[in-house]
Design a protein around this ligand. Structure first.
Ligand code: NDP
Length: 454
């Protein structure tokens, strides 16, 4: 397997894919290690994961550079991701004891009823490339804390990062027969589906997620899916500062080149402030520096996958054919690597793919709306349901709108953020189950009821 630098298309490294037999061997290995890992006191597992977090801090520059080289994320954003993901680890460490310890639900007259949270066993973590630390930690950190062993399949576009994570987990004290990486493309992921794992935790596209859920359904084991989105923002007419809202939303749309599951993918603006918003928004996007992802100045690097360039070309053409106006960008940059201009289209509508299909790139459509009712209808006019944001000065208005949105997360006066304190979950084609929060700790356990008469 060739690992390419998406900024140049140069080969960074050649690496051997795991064969089916090797993946099966890895499965047997981590299955053998799981029981003794689960038998260790939780405090020991907490110490080991704390040590891992320290090692990540000590190796920040090397890890950030590896991520930037293999997926094109600008270096400052790579550091941000790795540091920010540390916050997720701190959340899990602080809450593991509380949510993994035995709970007594009833005790009377010699009868006790207790819940114990036992690990699932061997879990498969099939992961995406866009935030390999964040989305990986959502799964393998709480899974390990709960006493599971993990077969972690990084995306083929984040393979080197996956191997670095494995090295540091092992160095921190996670036994080699408790955490393993499965190296390869979708074919390697397919092998995991064929093995008798005790749970499947997937981050990636709706298409692959649905395929996985269908393929493992007959095993009757937990399946969780964190999938894509077409996340909307609605900007009401009462916001006090149109410029600062436009700046925040532009960042939400273009950060990581739009390759975030909760990136702003479509914007609805009240007609009273539409022109002013569009002006401030495009002014802000023009300030984003596009270039070498290793440069400290860079805000936009290349796209990670070359195939996405054709998709963005299609969305621009389709939008223009159907009446949108192009204000910025609209085409590839003619140089080696997967480069696309930051693209802003206005006067969009729901006939366009731009407003319906996940773009996952540096492109955004804006649409004028007459009021809240129209905005809510449009925001809900999607098969996805990951996040949605409303910008307004009025808390009651925000609440009235938010309760009507069919999504896993609503934002008021903010967007494109994930917090470990609350569940990360999608509705519709955006997923199944929750990671993060206490639910994302318990997701890796099976509650067992003990009914005991003494
Ligand atoms: P893909 O669905 O293409 O791939 C995800 C993972 O599945 C990769 O490791 C991939 O391997 C693997 N895979 C592919 N085919 C199979 C198969 N047949 N069986 C088992 N595994 C397989 O998604 P991307 O990696 O491109 O991620 C982008 C998508 O992820 C976007 O839609 C984004 O919105 C979503 N996402 C959602 C998040 C959320 O929290 N809701 C967070 C981050 C991303 P390989 O890479 O080697 O092909």
């Amino acid at each position: 397997m060739q690992i390419l630098n998406p900024a140049t298309n140069e080969v960074l490294q050649e690496i051997a894919e795991d064969s089916r037999a090797q993946i099966t061997e890895k499965y047997e290995k981590v299955k053998a290690g799981q029981k003794s890992w689960a038998a260790r006191p939780l405090s020991e597992r907490i110490d080991i994961i704390s040590k891992y977090a320290e090692l990540v801090k000590d190796n920040l520059e090397d890890l950030a550079k590896t991520l930037t080289l293999e997926m094109g994320k600008p270096i400052r954003q790579s550091r941000n991701e790795i540091n920010g993901a540390g916050g997720r680890i701190r959340f899990f460490l602080a809450n593991a004891e509380k949510y993994l310890s035995e709970e007594e639900m009833f005790s009377d007259g010699g009868m006790r009823e207790v819940i114990r949270y036992e690990p699932l066993g061997v879990i498969g973590n099939i992961s995406a490339w866009n935030y390999p630390y964040n989305v990986g930690y959502n799964v393998f950190i709480p899974a390990l804390l709960a006493g599971n062993s993990v077969l972690y399949k990084p995306s083929e576009f984040a393979t080197l990062t996956g191997l670095k994570i494995r090295e540091l987990l092992w160095k921190a004290g996670v036994p080699e027969n408790v955490f393993e990486c499965v190296i390869g493309t979708g074919q390697a992921g397919q092998t995991l589906l064929d093995l008798p794992l005790d749970g499947y935790f997937f981050t990636g596209s709706y298409k692959t997620g649905k395929y996985i859920a269908e393929n493992v359904a007959n095993k009757l084991v937990p399946v969780q899916l964190e999938l894509g989105g077409k996340d909307p923002v609605y900007v009401c007419d009462d916001i006090p500062d149109v410029k600062s809202a436009a700046q925040g939303i532009a960042d939400g749309a273009f950060y990581n080149n739009g390759q975030s599951c909760c990136a702003v993918e479509r914007i609805y603006v009240h007609e009273k402030i539409y022109d002013a918003f569009v002006q401030h928004f495009t002014d802000e996007v023009k300030t984003f520096v596009c270039g070498d992802p290793l440069s400290e100045e860079t805000y936009n690097g290349p796209l990670t996958r070359s195939a996405q360039l054709d998709f963005l070309d299609m969305q621009v053409k389709d939008a223009l054919d159907k009446g949108a106006k192009l204000l910025l960008g609209g085409k590839r940059l003619e140089k080696a690597g997967n480069w696309y201009e930051n693209t802003v289209l206005i006067d969009a509508n729901h006939e366009m793919s731009l407003m319906k299909e996940e773009s996952f790139g540096p492109i955004i459509g804006l649409m004028k709306v007459s009021g809240d009712a129209e905005a809510i209808n449009l925001m809900n006019d999607t098969e996805y349901g990951l996040t949605a944001a409303v910008y307004t000065a009025d808390a009651n208005r925000a609440d009235a709108i938010s309760t009507q949105l069919h999504v896993g997360t609503v934002y008021w006066n903010c967007c494109d953020r994930v917090s470990p304190n609350v569940p990360w979950t999608g509705r519709g084609n955006s997923g199944l189950g929750s990671t993060l929060s206490y639910q994302g700790i318990r997701a890796f356990t099976q509650p067992k009821a003990y009914q005991m008469r003494s």
